[in-house]
Design a protein around this ligand. Structure first.
Ligand SMILES: Nc1nc2c(ncn2[C@@H]2O[C@H](COP(=O)(O)OP(=O)(O)OP(=O)(O)O)[C@@H](O)[C@H]2O)c(=O)[nH]1
Length: 354
């Protein structure tokens, strides 16, 4: 089953697209205001606007190149906060600089996120109030009614945008959780909790094969007669116990897979063929020692396994085929054994790939 991008990747892309869209629109508007300011003789305003255009373009370039857009987004929001302060306090063109405050409400939620955005907005309103109401000659002279309107409308706009963003985040989280659950179910065997066939492909594609690995395919011996004699539920119990023994014996990065029915597949990383054969024999002995009780009788169950070197994901099918051949060799020569005939590897691998 194909799931495409993860929720985190989708969210990251959404933020990246938003930053680009706002940068493009913001740059265009600032360009127009800058040129108008210049024609009206407001040279300082012209330089300030073009300085911010340069910063916005530089940050957009960085965001395009980096996979982690959070630091760049925070830098961009801090920069826009400073621009808004400048426009509000200086008045921009005849007091119209205050209108930029409204876009800041939206940009803070989108670029900085609800939490940091709220801190920035609170800081913005507090500092702005102190300067507007204080005895500072360089601050544009707003009337009391204008100050009240600026603060009230900024807060109202920010609260509305914040509420809609929090509702969006709530629904997005619920959808993401459902999607992650489906992804997990699609890649996991429900009985044992191990990876299933599609799960191993996802795991292999995620982590490229470092060095070489060893693949083992194991199959429970005479499992049909276990099922026939003691019932399918008991057979399930045996499968679950074997999966526990396997997971208890592998390292963190190794893969443990229910390949199908009573067959399991293991991928051991950073280990030699000799060591993995020893490990498989240890697992085999541990499993054989488990005493299962059923209907006043006790029994022990065994498995056989075939091992093969797994060099590269492109040789996955050929490696399985080779490990399978060794497994069936183990079955045909008495069962309850591990076969890892490495000398045959080169020759048989060639045949398997042919
Ligand atoms: N209980 C249980 N049995 C299963 C499950 N999946 C497959 N089986 C059984 O596994 C058995 C496999 O039997 P065979 O393929 O004949 O192999 P075997 O009896 O183990 O014989 P060898 O492999 O030659 O040692 C069948 O009886 C299947 O029904 C499962 O999920 N639960």
């Amino acid at each position: 089953m194909k799931f495409g991008k993860t929720p985190d990747e989708i969210e990251n892309e959404r933020k990246r697209t938003l930053v680009f869209a706002f940068s493009a629109i913001g740059t265009l508007l600032l360009c127009i205001f800058g040129v108008v300011s210049l024609t009206q003789g407001r040279v300082v305003l012209f330089y300030v606007l073009f300085l911010f255009i340069a910063i916005v373009l530089a940050v957009s370039f960085v965001i395009k190149k980096t996979p982690h857009i959070r630091p760049a987004s925070l830098f961009l929001s801090s920069t826009l906060l400073c621009l808004t302060w400048y426009l509000l306090l200086s008045g921009g063109a005849d007091g119209s600089g205050v209108y930029w405050t409204y876009s800041l409400s939206m940009l803070m939620v989108i670029l900085a996120g609800p939490k940091v955005g709220s801190i920035y907005m609170g800081l913005y309103l507090l500092v702005s109030l102190v300067f507007i109401l204080g005895p500072f000659s360089f601050v544009y002279n707003y009337s009391n009614a204008e100050v009240t309107r600026i603060i009230a409308s900024s807060v109202a706009l920010y609260v509305l945008i914040l509420t809609s963003e929090l509702i969006r985040i709530g629904s997005y989280d619920a959808i993401s959780e459902a999607s992650e659950n489906h992804r997990h179910l699609a890649n996991t065997d429900p009985l044992t909790g191990l990876l299933n066939r599609s799960g191993i492909m996802v795991a292999l594609k995620k982590g490229t094969l470092k060095k070489s690995a060893i693949m083992a395919i194991l199959d429970i011996d005479e499992f049909k007669s276990v099922n026939d004699s003691y019932g399918h539920d008991f057979g399930d119990l045996v499968l679950v116990r074997l999966s526990r023994v396997l997971t208890d014996n592998v390292k963190g990065g190794d893969l443990t897979v229910r390949w199908g029915g009573e067959e399991f597949l293991l991928v051991f990383y950073d280990i030699s063929m000799d060591s993995s054969k020893m490990l498989m024999n240890k697992i085999k002995d541990e499993f054989e020692k488990i005493v299962f009780n059923r209907n006043d009788t006790t029994l022990s169950v065994t498995f056989s396994a075939g091992l093969a070197i797994f060099d590269d994901i492109s040789t996955f099918d050929a490696t399985i085929k080779l490990a399978d051949e060794r497994l069936y060799h183990a079955k045909n020569t008495g069962r309850n054994k591990i076969i890892a005939d490495d000398e045959l590897h080169a020759v048989t691998m060639k045949e398997a790939q042919a």
